[in-house]
Design a binder for this molecule. Structure first.
Ligand SMILES: NC(=O)C1=CN([C@@H]2O[C@H](COP(=O)(O)OP(=O)(O)OC[C@H]3O[C@@H](n4cnc5c(N)ncnc54)[C@H](OP(=O)(O)O)[C@@H]3O)[C@@H](O)[C@H]2O)[C@@H](O)CC1
Ligand SMILES: Nc1ncnc2c1ncn2[C@@H]1O[C@H](COP(=O)(O)OP(=O)(O)O)[C@@H](O)[C@H]1O
Ligand SMILES: [K+]
Length: 567
């Protein structure tokens, strides 16, 4: 599934209208209809006492489901499916437009908040379809209706001709308490800055009404690109995103303001996005399979042996943070690689022997306190010759000469490198673009704090537009960047980005990132390309985190080791 910016969306709209010759009003009609269908589906779910649509699971026992997370409303299942064993002749049958039929319509009254632009036009079209379904609607114009232009003006006139009741904000009486739901069609991708005047007042009133809000395309007040929420910003139960998923709907805090996101087609072909060079995707099983060519089954060859699945070298751990190395190394094993060697300061060895009997241990250095030393670079380089990937950083700490130490590993290892934790902090102090080019890829896995140090920004600035920053950084530095946190972004030097939505807030616990480093390294060792290993690793790590969270009475109790056990 493509992820677009507002600018890209405008270009795709224009292409569809000008090159394909599909009239803008047709797209708006499709948008209005899709929004109305989703509102009716919401009313039905409410009638059944369920607040949110059942999201299709992204993992099923024994394999990966092909169903995307952004499923379409449940009414469709009933509307279709006339074939099969039940198709035996039962007399002449005619069925109604099920997606636009609501038994409980008489109990519904929706306020349609209408802005001046095309987003308002979408809302007006939706209002007609809702009214046809028997739902009472009241149009609430944020601006005098005379100021609407183009297709939005056509929709205004059609709504008036149908006799839909309308009020103008600030001129007519308006009581949110009388409605059963609110359609937010105030501002879409054409919005600039914080909502002003009547828009701001309507948004604030809608939020404080306590009624269910459905947003057309994006919640009004959201920056469609960055996910920044202006003050005020609609807090929607459902956002019916039109044509393509907007980047801002996946990035927090926007992702929280959007509620459940449903992407609906309005007649703009997906092939246009490909032709226009859109290279940002929601990371789904389908994207993993088709764009990244990942074998989700992770099938083992019947004649395979441990040598078939690669050997990871983990350079990690110090006396106070030995667990970080252990977590990474164990996670690498669980990701399916054949062998894992954990290189660790010699002093630690007696304390970790037996902690994970499947691991091989390689003691390096001779520091009396179990810290790393600059001289261990030569030992690691030697160890790396027989290994397929090196992971460096978890629980590493800082030590004298660590800059040159990392530089040697960077310049002299002949295998892919995964750099995490303190190794990222070392990197942040370097102008590493001047280091010798590597032939094998580097994957950096920063959390937002580490990313801030790498990019010379504050953590808040990192979180402001994670997709944009990850893309820019990966391209500038020629690395694969895994920007961790809720909705981890994987960006490539070639300008692709994948946004992952697996995972659980329970994963905010010490060591969860060390586990990810191990998973990505283990996949690399099995021969996946760097971008495949980074994206699939993040995806699997998130799924394992979800399963671990649901296994506990309270997900707050999740600890990093639980994630390994669910891999
Ligand atoms: N064919 C198409 O193009 C299709 C478009 N589609 C739909 O159109 C949406 C984009 O429509 P859009 O470009 O007309 O902009 P939109 O978001 O409605 O708002 C612009 C208006 O708002 C105003 N305004 C702006 N900022 C403001 C602020 N901070 N505070 C207050 N007011 C502000 C500004 O007014 P002005 O500042 O000029 O007075 C301007 O008139 C898109 O999200 C999707 O829903 C789909 O149906 C697919 C087909
Ligand atoms: N709210 C969340 N939703 C999804 N994943 C999360 C969330 N919080 C943290 N995670 C994941 O947990 C891991 C935490 O990594 P990190 O902060 O590096 O932990 P540590 O340094 O303790 O190992 C990352 O993979 C991150 O994406
Ligand atoms: K909106």
């Amino acid at each position: 599934m493509y992820l677009v910016t507002a600018q890209q969306m405008r270009e795709l709209d224009r292409e569809t209208i000008e090159r394909l010759g599909i009239p803008a009003i047709a797209l708006m009609e499709n948008a209005g209809r899709a929004i109305a269908e989703e509102i009716i589906a919401l009313c039905r779910r409410r009638g059944r006492g369920s607040a949110a649509p059942a999201s299709a699971g992204s993992y099923e026992a024994g394999g990966y489901s092909v169903v995307g997370e952004y499923s379409i409303a449940d009414g469709h299942a009933k509307a279709s499916g006339s074939g099969g064993v039940d198709a035996a002749w039962k007399g002449f049958m005619v069925s109604d437009d099920v997606a636009l039929t609501l038994d409980s319509a008489a109990a519904e009254h929706w306020l349609i908040l209408v802005g001046k632009g095309n987003n308002g036009g979408d809302g007006l079209a939706a209002a007609r379809y809702l009214s046809e379904a028997g739902v009472a609607v009241t149009l609430v114009y944020a601006v005098p209706p005379e100021s609407l232009t183009g297709e939005a003006a056509l929709q205004r006139d059609a709504a008036a001709a149908m006799g839909l009741s309308a009020v103008v904000y600030g001129r007519d009486r308006l009581d949110f308490a009388e409605c059963s739901g609110i359609l937010d069609a105030l501002l879409g991708t054409g919005a600039a800055g914080a909502p002003r005047g009547a828009y701001a007042e309507l948004i604030a009133a809608a939020n404080s009404s306590g009624k269910a809000i459905v947003s057309a395309d994006i919640p009004s007040g959201l920056n469609a690109d960055t996910g920044e929420t202006h003050e005020p910003c609609i807090h929607a139960s459902v956002t019916v995103c039109l044509a393509f998923l907007k980047r801002g709907l996946l990035q927090y805090p926007g992702a929280a303001a959007a509620g459940h996101v449903v992407v609906r087609s309005i007649g703009i072909p997906a092939s246009l996005a490909r032709e226009a060079g859109v290279t940002t995707y929601l990371l789904t099983p389908e994207v993993l399979r088709t764009r990244l060519d990942v074998d989700l089954s992770r099938c083992r060859s019947p004649e395979g042996h441990k040598g078939t699945y690669g050997h990871v070298l983990v350079a990690a751990g110090t006396m106070p943070m030995s667990g970080a190395g252990l977590l990474s190394a164990r996670a690498a094993l669980r990701s399916g690689c054949g062998l894992v060697t954990w290189a660790l300061p010699q002093k630690l060895l007696p304390f970790v022997i037996g902690a994970a009997p499947e691991l091989m241990l390689a003691a390096v250095g001779s520091s009396p306190d179990g810290s790393w030393e600059a001289g261990t670079a030569a030992e690691l380089l030697k160890l790396s010759v027989e290994r397929d990937v090196m992971a460096v950083g978890p629980g590493l700490g800082r030590f004298t000469g660590d800059n040159d130490w990392l530089r040697r590993l960077w310049e002299e290892t002949a295998c892919p490198l995964v750099i995490d934790a303190d190794a990222l902090n070392i990197l942040a102090e370097q102008d590493y673009s001047s280091w010798n080019n590597r032939r094998q890829p580097v994957i950096l896995t920063p959390h937002p704090g580490e990313m801030a140090r790498l990019a010379g920004l504050s953590t808040a600035e990192v979180q402001h537009d994670r997709i944009g920053l990850a893309l820019a950084y990966a391209q500038e530095h020629g690395v694969i960047l895994v920007l961790k946190g809720a909705h981890t972004v994987i960006a490539t030097p070639e300008g692709q980005a994948y946004v992952n939505t697996t995972g659980h807030p329970g994963m905010g616990t010490g060591g969860a990132g060390d586990v990810l480093t191990g998973v990505i390294s283990g996949l690399l060792a099995q021969g996946l390309k760097a971008v495949q290993a980074a994206a699939f690793g993040v995806y699997l790590h998130g799924l394992a985190g979800e399963r671990a969270a649901y296994r506990r009475h309270n997900p707050a109790s999740l600890i990093a080791g639980d994630i390994i056990e669910e891999l």
